[in-house]
Ligand binder design. Structure first.
Ligand code: CAA
Length: 261
């Protein structure tokens, strides 16, 4: 499929997905959301891809939110449908077998912050500003922000950010466990994202996918059920060629070559 608002580049087992609507600071309108959904589906079904990086074009914005100009004319039904479109992407990223890294290169606001929060790992450049300005627009976060932020930072921090609408720096976002690492500029941000993506891509795809499922599914279970789920997945990996290859390679003192089978 041809995309107008995003750029998808696949190289060396890594998919780089860039939201490319710089005139609107990469804001998410319905068309961008549809393209993102298609691209993520394409990536998930491409066996060559082992890891995904999402970023925004340029240095000013990752994504400055859902498109306010499009939302201005929406009625309640259209707005709820729009939120569901956002949820569909957030859910898809959480369920993808492949880890997704957000490289936050500037403003990540509203729906942009929500897109980043859905990703498995977040890196941010020093100029990044993250936040939920929705209440300053007479609305509230609608692409999963009220649910994901509270699960990551806890209720009090989530309340403070969502009720005030204030933006926070990348350093503050790291303090509250949203961001894994703060990099000095866009170049070092992308280098760091690719370094991590390459490490992930060299590991067993099934091991990584099952671990992602154990972490994300297990967190919503009680500990006893989650441990049962973990042991089931752990056991299933012993039916894979990758387990034989990984352990044989260790014993034979060579680097494992994983096939994802
Ligand atoms: N939607 C639509 N257009 C946007 C946009 C958005 N979220 N954010 C920026 N733009 C547009 C601006 O309208 C402007 O376009 P024009 O030149 O045609 O006027 C262009 O991008 C550049 O923006 P600014 O001139 O405002 O740039 P700035 O440097 O002065 O400010 C900013 C940057 C602080 C990010 C400011 O643009 C801003 O506050 N943007 C809105 C952020 C926001 O409120 N996001 C949340 C949206 S609601 C949401 O996301 C709901 C949800 O949960 C699903």
């Amino acid at each position: 499929m041809e995309y107008k608002n995003i750029v998808l580049k696949i190289e060396d087992n890594i998919a780089l997905l860039t939201v490319n609507r710089p005139k609107a600071l990469n804001a998410l309108n319905s068309e961008v959301l549809s393209e993102l959904e298609c691209a993520l589906y394409e990536i998930e079904n491409n066996d060559d891809v082992k890891c995904v990086i999402i970023t925004g074009d340029g240095e000013k914005a990752f994504v400055a939110g859902a498109d306010i100009k499009e939302m201005l004319g929406m009625d309640a039904i259209a707005a709820a449908e729009f939120a569901k479109k956002g949820h569909s992407i957030i859910r898809f990223i959480r369920k993808m077998k492949k880890p997704v890294i957000a490289a936050v290169n500037g403003y990540a606001l509203g729906g942009g912050f929500e897109l980043a929060l859905a990703c498995d790992i977040i890196y941010a450049s020093e100029n990044a500003k993250l936040g939920f300005p929705e209440v300053t627009l007479g609305i509230m976060p609608g692409f999963g922000g009220t649910q994901n932020l509270v699960r990551i930072c806890g209720e009090k921090i989530a309340n403070e950010l969502i009720f005030t609408g204030q933006m926070i720096s990348a350093v503050r976002a790291k303090e509250i466990n949203v961001v894994c690492e703060v990099l000095k500029d866009k170049e070092s941000l992308m280098d760091r994202a690719f370094e991590t993506a390459k490490k992930i891509a060299s590991n067993s795809p099934k091991g990584v996918a099952f671990a992602k499922s154990a972490i994300l599914t297990g967190v919503n279970m009680n500990l006893s059920e989650a441990l049962d789920y973990e042991s089931t997945l752990f056991g299933l990996l012993f039916n894979t060629e990758d387990q034989k290859e990984g352990m044989s390679a260790f014993v034979e003192k060579r680097k494992a070559k994983f096939k994802g089978k």
